[in-house]
Ligand binder design. Structure first.
Ligand code: INI
Length: 183
């Protein structure tokens, strides 16, 4: 049986990192981990671009813009969500996950999920470079693997609706598939 597996060689590949500034001290650890992993896998610093957004809620919009730019083989989404006293965390977490999940089908560019969702500061710290690893590194490896797997399979399919220059794709990602006037 023929098997396909994306390699972990990032040589010649271009990546966008999109990071939420909320809980910045932790998010920076994810960014550092992702960058170090990409460079150790062979990516050149000049082939990496980092986009900061206010928080995890805004990550999907910037990830979509990066994916649509055509400049990247994959987009790495990073953020740190820590549960508070209200339902805010749940709303932001579900929107971030759903929005990031829609970028790939809408653009044909893999967007990987490196958002830490933690119940408290201790859990966040554990996932940002201490005893539970570094989710930024994990996400970077997933991005390299997906970029290479796509190349092995002859390229990830571009959605049919890129014919309208991505306008329809944007509506899919933003969850507004129904009629929306484009200005
Ligand atoms: N954004 C995060 O990335 N992490 C959080 O823990 C968080 N909490 O808990 O509030 C958070 N909120 C901000 C949100 O992502 C948006 O930036 C904000 O609501 C403006 O749209």
């Amino acid at each position: 049986m023929k098997e396909y597996r994306g390699s972990l060689n990032a040589t010649g590949k271009r990546f966008a990192l999109v990071a939420g500034r909320f809980n910045e001290a932790y998010t920076r650890l994810l960014v550092d981990g992702a960058r170090d992993t990409l460079e150790r896998a062979g990516a050149r610093d000049e082939d990496l671009e980092l986009v900061w957004v206010p928080g995890s809620f805004e990550v999907p919009a910037a990830a979509l813009a990066a994916a649509r730019s055509g400049r990247f083989d994959a987009v790495i989404c990073l953020g740190v969500l820590i549960r508070g006293a209200t339902s805010h965390y749940d709303l932001v977490a579900s929107e971030a996950a759903a929005g990031i999940g829609r970028v790939f089908p809408a653009t044909g560019v893999p967007a990987v999920f490196g958002i830490v969702t933690a119940e408290n500061l201790e859990q966040a710290a554990e996932r940002c470079g201490s005893k539970a690893g570094n989710r930024g590194r994990d996400a970077a490896l997933a991005a390299v693997e997906m970029a290479n797997l796509g190349a092995s399979l002859g390229g990830w399919p571009k959605p049919a609706d890129t014919r309208d220059n991505g306008k329809e794709s944007a509506q899919v990602v933003l969850g507004r598939r129904a009629t929306v006037e484009q200005g």
